[in-house]
Design a protein around this ligand. Structure first.
Ligand code: NAD
Length: 379
């Protein structure tokens, strides 16, 4: 009886926290040390899809907060990219440098399998494809696996393609000319995505201002430029925000658009792959007031997600490329809607997602209504 009373006290708190989510699963395996949380936000459009992050969270509360926030973001990303998937995410509490073992990921794979296809997952911050090769031994509900295991391989290629289509849409909207070559761009971060975007822009003859903490990649892109019609200027990290150019392409870390950087920015548009570029939602409004066109990050960087979702049909790079092209029209539509209704581009993107979820829900209800009499007869 005492136990029941305790549960009653605990319930409202946890259920309030997960009120926007369909299901949250706590995974505990003392043998391997696995402590993980899987959050399924919304499966209106299909099974939940989202990566698994491994991070040394300081508390379970912190991990829960992160997985709830990230899984909700995945619902938006999947809907915006027109994928038949809903939003989910998982977090493993632990230090990726010290706490990994093949057994831990096999154990995690078993928990994923227990959801029987309600949740598909793969790599995220702190996890690698090697980790998910272990999970794959226990479950088929894994995406983004290496080509050697029948997967589609490096998804940053598709993410970079998506950024290129988003740049074309932005040029079309801003300059009524989608060509990339006769413009200047500032690229922050020349990692897996940024480097590929820089390479493709150089091939078109564009002028680039670049920086990266890693001096080797900066040198590599400078060398690369010599065999193209494009040019590369190397910029100090601190000076990157004030460079005068057509478009800023953030491809490093989040929260780079904030009060300090908006004051410095000297570009007409922002189109990058980095996640969560805006430090807070009111920075979309500030950019609009300054006359800078902002391409919502979750629209621009969806190429990799499109690729891993498409893996379910078997790997096919050409098909993924075709699907990724949709980013061009989707972004142009968002720009036009934002202009028409005098709202920010982020509001326009979110509105588009909410409309497609509502449409799908009404379709689901239609089927539910049709099925209901049958159930009644059986009862
Ligand atoms: P990455 O780790 O390969 O590259 C990031 C690069 O940014 C590194 O070269 C790093 O040295 C550089 N960097 C870090 N801090 C910097 C700073 N202050 N100034 C300049 N350079 C800095 O990552 P990635 O896969 O290329 O992803 C880039 C961004 O895009 C990340 O925010 C990521 O979350 C996001 N993203 C990536 C994918 C993908 O398919 N890889 C998909 C969606 C979103």
């Amino acid at each position: 009886m005492k136990q029941l009373e305790e549960i009653k006290v605990a319930e409202p708190d946890i259920f309030q926290k997960i009120a926007n989510h369909e299901q949250v699963v706590f995974c505990n395996d003392p043998t391997t040390g696995l402590q993980a949380i899987i959050a399924i936000h919304d499966t209106t459009l299909g099974p939940a899809l989202g990566g698994t992050r491994m991070y040394p969270y300081k508390s379970v509360d912190e991990a829960l907060e992160d997985v709830l926030r990230l899984s909700e973001g995945m619902t938006y990303k999947c809907a915006a990219a027109d994928l038949d998937f809903g939003g989910g995410k998982a977090v493993i509490i632990g230090d990726p440098e010290n706490d990994k073992s093949p057994g831990l990921f096999r154990s995690f794979g078993q928990f994923v399998d227990s959801l029987n296809g309600r949740f598909y997952t793969g790599t995220d911050m702190g996890t690698t494809t090697d980790d998910f090769v272990q999970a794959l031994k226990e479950t088929n509900f894994i995406n983004g696996i290496p080509e050697a295991y029948g997967g589609s391989g490096d998804s940053s290629i598709s993410t970079a393609h998506g950024v290129i289509y988003a740049l074309e849409a932005t040029n079309q909207y801003l300059f009524s000319d989608k060509r990339l070559g006769n413009r200047s761009y500032v690229i922050q971060g020349l990692g897996k995505v940024g480097y590929k975007v820089a390479e493709q822009l150089l091939e078109t003859g564009a002028e680039l201002y670049v920086n990266d903490l890693n001096k080797n990649t900066v040198q590599l892109i400078k060398e690369k430029a010599k065999n193209t019609n494009g040019t590369v200027h190397i910029v100090d990290c601190d000076a990157i925000y004030s460079v005068g150019a057509d478009v800023f392409i953030p491809c490093a870390m989040g929260a780079v658009i904030n009060d300090q950087t908006i004051d410095q920015l000297n570009v007409k548009g922002i189109v990058g792959s980095a996640n969560n570029q805006l430090q807070s939602s009111n920075h979309a409004k500030k950019l609009q007031e300054k006359g800078i066109l902002y391409a919502p990050d979750y629209i621009v960087n969806a190429g990799g997600l499109i690729q891993v979702a498409d893996e379910l049909y078997g790997p096919n790079q050409q098909r993924v490329l075709e699907k990724t092209k949709a980013i061009y029209h989707s972004l142009l539509d968002i720009y036009r809607q934002a202009n028409m209704y005098s709202i920010t581009t982020v509001e326009a993107a979110n509105r588009k997602v909410q409309e497609s979820l509502a449409l799908q829900r009404s379709r689901n209800n239609f089927y539910a209504r049709k099925r209901r009499p049958k159930w009644n007869v059986r009862e």
